[in-house]
Design a protein around this ligand. Structure first.
Ligand SMILES: Cc1cc2nc3c(=O)[nH]c(=O)nc-3n(C[C@H](O)[C@H](O)[C@H](O)COP(=O)(O)OP(=O)(O)OC[C@H]3O[C@@H](n4cnc5c(N)ncnc54)[C@H](O)[C@@H]3O)c2cc1C
Length: 414
């Protein structure tokens, strides 16, 4: 049985991994050369701590405050685009306690399962991606924000996660020699991280050794259809035949599916990262500077800082003001840094595929019997990659998914 997967990001590769293990003949097609997409330059967290979706009570008021600040961590570019208007309306509608209460149990289950699966994948593939399971510290500058984080910690505990609330000195003990200026931190102990660039390259190599075929520099333009069935993919370089097709094209998925007559609401949420190579002391634990919404990851080749969420269509250009916003926030938490520390960094930008409600789209559509969509993972595409790959495989095999996938329905906004 042949399967063609469009997209070689984390979601495409995890799908390829599980399908290949089940004996499918897998081809992965990507318009890029396989060396960069959103799955490379991100913060590399596996974060059960993020079981509450971005669309949650309070985010709309906070977002409106941030909109006027050109260095803020969140921004929706005002536009007359109808899809953005529909997306924003559904984001607003999803930001209620009731909707969040529905999302949290399933998101938590997916994140925790994925956290286990990534260790299995790493053991199986022997990829050295600097995986570390010391958890994630949410550093807080103000007591008020620490109290809010403590509420999320309590919720996480109710769902089986291990979490500690730490004083500033307790947090410092986890990072000997690394100076921290905060009132305290919440330590989500189930979280982990790796260097995504190393993992993505290693995963491609591993999959090739297992017989997965890759066609890079090949843009998929459309598909040949016949009575609710996809026959072939039409690419710049000819046709690709398969029995089933997986669309894992990240932020570009809504645009691609539109050609097939399928509507999903999806926006690119642009984020930036950069690495500082010669830090005198590296922290031992990954962290988030909570008020600034900046992720800090000790990676194999330096200390990576990542942040901002600019809902801005498919624009990948780098806005220096937002990068500066990230850089300005760092010395407030880590006094060993000043603006000179960032003089030589090279910012990277990536587009998170964001659904309005923060839940991914995983499943088949009503229109085609052999098309599986897997996207919309927003800020959790690394964390949710393995469990998504497993779900895609179950759907391809026509097995009932092992978890309740009601909230993941692809056409929930159609
Ligand atoms: C700054 C930042 C930090 C982040 N940190 C984290 C984190 O710590 N943890 C976490 O879980 N997530 C994180 N994320 C989110 C995560 O990176 C994304 O959710 C994830 O990479 C999305 O993976 P994907 O496979 O869906 O898409 P992508 O990685 O974008 O891959 C999609 C691929 O599809 C290809 N494609 C698109 N259209 C076509 C076409 N028509 N034909 C052929 N190919 C096509 C593209 O070339 C691309 O290679 C972060 C994101 C950013 C921006």
């Amino acid at each position: 049985m042949k399967i063609a997967i469009v997209g070689s990001g984390m979601i495409g590769l995890c799908s390829a991994y599980y399908l290949n293990k089940q004996g499918y003949e897998v081809t992965v097609i990507d318009e890029g050369d396989g060396s960069n997409n959103c799955s490379f330059g991100n913060a590399g967290f596996f974060s059960p701590s993020h079981m509450v979706p971005l669309a949650s009570p309070g985010i709309v008021a906070q977002g409106l405050k941030w909109m006027t600040n050109p260095e803020s961590p969140f921004y929706i570019k005002p536009s007359l685009d109808v899809n953005l208007a529909k997306w924003s309306w559904q984001f607003f509608r999803a930001s209620t306690k009731k909707r969040v209460n529905q999302a949290v149990p399933i998101l938590n289950q997916m994140l925790m399962e994925s956290r286990t699966l990534i260790e299995e994948i790493l053991a199986n593939t022997k990829i050295d991606a600097g995986f570390d399971n010391k958890g994630l510290l949410m550093y807080c500058k103000s007591q008020h924000v620490l109290d809010e984080e403590a509420e999320i910690a309590e919720l996480a505990r109710q769902y089986g996660q291990a979490v500690d609330i730490l004083s500033s000195s307790q947090a410092e003990k986890l990072n000997p020699g690394f100076e921290i200026d905060t009132v305290g931190a919440v330590h989500f102990k189930n979280d982990a991280w790796f260097t995504p660039n190393s993992f993505m390259s290693g995963f491609q190599q591993y999959l090739k050794t297992q017989g997965v075929a890759f066609q890079f520099n090949t843009k998929v333009l459309d598909a040949e259809k016949n009575h609710g069935h996809i026959k072939t993919l039409l690419t710049e370089k000819g046709k690709i035949e398969a029995d089933q097709f997986v669309i894992a094209t990240g932020s570009w998925t809504a645009k691609f599916l539109k050609q097939l007559g399928i509507k999903i609401l999806l926006q690119g949420g642009k984020g930036y990262s950069f690495e500082v190579k010669d830090t005198p002391v590296l922290p031992k634990t990954a962290s988030i500077l909570t008020e600034a919404r900046v992720a800090v990851t000790p990676m194999q080749h330096g200390l990576r800082f990542a942040g901002t969420m600019e809902v801005n269509g498919l624009d990948l250009s780098i806005n220096p003001r937002r990068v500066l916003g990230i850089q300005k926030s760092i010395p407030d938490y880590f006094p060993q840094f000043n603006q000179d520390s960032f003089a030589d960094v090279k910012p990277w930008a990536g587009l998170r595929p964001c659904s309005p409600d923060g839940m991914p789209y995983i499943g088949k559509t009503k229109k085609f019997d052999n098309l599986i969509v897997a996207t919309g993972h927003a800020m959790l595409g690394i964390s949710l990659g393995p469990v998504t790959g497993q779900l895609v495989c179950e759907i391809a095999q026509e097995n009932t998914p092992h978890l309740d996938d009601t909230l993941l329905a692809v056409e929930r906004y159609s």
